[in-house]
Design a protein around this ligand. Structure first.
Ligand code: AP5
Length: 216
C-alpha cells in the first residue's frame, strides 16, 4: 500500500495529483483503508509510516531492529528516527509532488518537522482529514484483524498513546485552518465519499470532478 499511485495520471491533468494531504486518526480508524482508495482517486502516492516500518522489520534492516520491540509494545518510535524516515521518503517523492500521509505526523514535534520539510521545498499541506470513530469500534476492528500489534492490550495502549501524543494535533491543524473532520463510523464507501467532498471543496485542489465519482 505504501506506493499505490504507480499508474498515476500526469501532473496538471486536473486529477488532483499535487494534493498534499495528511490522514489523522486513532489506530483502526481506517486511515490505511482510505489512503489506498484516495491515492488511486487523486493519483498521488499513499505513504504509510506504519507500512514502511513493518517492511523494515520484515527485511531485518537496522531501522527494523530498532523499531520492532517498540511497535510490538504499542509505543511510538522516537521523533528523530521518524524525521529521518519521512525526510528521505518525501525527498524521493520530489518537491511539489502530492502525497497522502498515513500515520505521520503523530506528535507535535513531528507536525513541526513536516511543516519544515515542506517549507524548505517551497510546498505546504492542503488538508488534514481527521477520522473520528468510537473507541469500542476501534478495538473491535483491530482485534478482528490479527496484526502483530493487534492484541487487545496493545491496541488499548496504542489508543492511550494516541490520546496523549497525537490527539493534540487536531487543535494544531484546526488553528492552521487545515482540519477536515470525517465521520469514520460509516461504511468504507461513505467515508471515502466524505473525504472526497472535503477535498473537492478546497480551491487549491480543484477540479476533482473525475475523482469525485469514486465511492469505493
Ligand atoms: P500504523 O501502521 O500507522 O498503525 P495505526 O495508526 O495504529 O493504524 P492501523 O493500521 O491500526 O489502523 P488504520 O487507521 O490504518 O485502519 P485500517 O485501515 O488498517 O502504526 C503502527 C506502529 O508503527 C505504531 O504503533 C508505532 O509504533 C509505529 N509508527 C508508525 N508511524 C509512526 C510515527 N509517525 N511516529 C512514531 N511511531 C510510528 O483499518 C483497520 C481495520 O478496520 C481493518 O481490518 C479494516 O478493514 C477495517 N475498516 C476500515 N475502515 C472500516 C469501516 N469504515 N468500517 C468497518 N471496518 C473498517
Amino acid at each position: 500500500m505504501a506506493d499505490a499511485a504507480e499508474a498515476a495520471p500526469a501532473p496538471g491533468d486536473g486529477s488532483g495529483r499535487s494534493a498534499r494531504v495528511v490522514l489523522l486518526g486513532p489506530p483502526g480508524s481506517g486511515k490505511g483503508t482510505q489512503a489506498e482508495v484516495l491515492s488511486r482517486a487523486l493519483g498521488v502516492a499513499a505513504i504509510s509510516t506504519g507500512d514502511m516500518l513493518r517492511e523494515a522489520v520484515a527485511a531485518g534492516t537496522d531501522l527494523g531492529r530498532l523499531v520492532e520491540g517498540i511497535m510490538k509494545s504499542g509505543a511510538l518510535v522516537d521523533d528523530e528516527t521518524m524525521a529521518r524516515v519521512v525526510r528521505e521518503r518525501l525527498g524521493r517523492t520530489g518537491p511539489g509532488a502530492g502525497f497522502l500521509l498515513d500515520g505521520y505526523p503523530r506528535t507535535l514535534p513531528q507536525a513541526e518537522t513536516l511543516q519544515e520539510i515542506l517549507g524548505a521545498a517551497g510546498s505546504r499541506l492542503d488538508a488534514v482529514l481527521s477520522v473520528e470513530v468510537p473507541e469500542d469500534e476501534l478495538v473491535r476492528r483491530a482485534v478482528a484483524r490479527h496484526r502483530a500489534d493487534d492484541r487487545e492490550e496493545v491496541v488499548r495502549e496504542r489508543l492511550r498513546v494516541y490520546r496523549e501524543k497525537t490527539a493534540p494535533l487536531i487543535g494544531y491543524y484546526e488553528r492552521l485552518g487545515l482540519l477536515r473532520p470525517i465521520d469514520g463510523y460509516r461504511p468504507v464507501g461513505e467515508v471515502t465519499a466524505q473525504m472526497m467532498a472535503a477535498l473537492a471543496g478546497l480551491a487549491s485542489l480543484a477540479p476533482l470532478d473525475r475523482a469525485a465519482g469514486v465511492t469505493a
